[in-house]
Design a protein around this ligand. Structure first.
Ligand code: UDP
Length: 245
């Protein structure tokens, strides 16, 4: 039994999924993996783990390779997408190492079998890991080309019966246009799934939003750059945008 097993979570949520893009791991260097940044995000996850919350994670691969980029440069699309999925496995292993350095038991679970380095995805086994307060990092997306890790995050959050997806970004919520380049961008406190789709707000891709909507899974967008941000949002503090029905 782990230290936090059997404890009541000190947060409004019992089980959540944290989705971050691959780019969140590249830090100031602008490409690849930046170990101090990975360690910083791991410490944010630890703070939430210490509250007794069960945590799933999905990490993108865009800091290493995106299928669409490869296909735009003439590569066959499905091969490029498999390369993108492999990139997510590298990110997941980096995050596992950083979480283990914080003494958090972590499992990388892949949608494509690679038994020497990670567990295959077996839903009931993953649920058991969560019950034992192990962080589960779901890697290799859905295992299918033409999808994204946003859709993988929504799929796994539904399968694991998570109460919400927390999407960690560079900004404190959803804006009507990019707040980095538009100082007059309007921020939403909450927004419906249909508004996100109709206004084409940049949160997650349309198939991920539709899957969340059809299953009533809330998406909470918050800033992962804010120290203690993930923990604060779970306690109901700080700014975030909630996407709901
Ligand atoms: N990918 C895929 N199927 C999936 C998930 C991901 O083919 O179910 C591939 C796709 O090529 C994608 C890449 O993996 O571009 C990296 O994922 P994503 O673009 O979602 O990463 P992020 O933008 O979140 O870093």
């Amino acid at each position: 039994m782990t230290e936090t097993e059997g404890q009541e979570p000190k947060a409004a949520y019992r089980r959540v999924l944290l989705k971050i893009s691959g780019e969140a791991l590249m830090g100031p260097q602008g490409y690849g993996l930046h170990p101090p940044t990975v360690a910083r995000i791991a410490s944010e996850v630890k703070a939430v783990h210490d509250m007794g919350v069960e945590i799933c994670m999905v990490i993108g691969g865009g800091n290493i390779f995106r299928g669409l980029q490869g296909s735009a440069q003439g590569m066959e699309r499905t091969t490029a997408d498999y390369m993108g999925m492999l990139a997510t496995v590298m990110n997941a292993l980096a995050m596992q190492a950083a979480l283990e350095a914080e003494d958090i038991h972590t499992r990388v679970i892949t949608a494509i079998r690679m038994d020497e380095i990670a567990e295959p995805y077996i839903r009931r086994r993953a649920v058991r890991h969560l019950e034992k307060k192990r962080v589960c990092i779901f890697a290799a997306g859905t295992g299918n080309p033409y999808f994204t890790t946003d859709t993988a995050a929504t799929l796994r959050a539904n399968e694991m019966a998570c109460e919400a997806i927390f999407k960690g970004t560079k900004v404190d919520g959803i804006y009507d246009k990019d707040p980095m380049t538009n100082p007059d961008a309007k921020r939403y406190d909450d927004v419906t799934y249909d508004e996100v789709l109709q206004k084409n707000l940049k949160v997650m891709d349309a198939s991920a939003i539709a899957l969340a909507r059809d299953n009533g899974l809330p998406i909470i967008v918050f800033s992962l750059d804010e120290p203690g941000g993930f923990c604060g949002i779970l306690r109901g503090e700080g700014r975030a945008t909630r996407v709901h029905g």
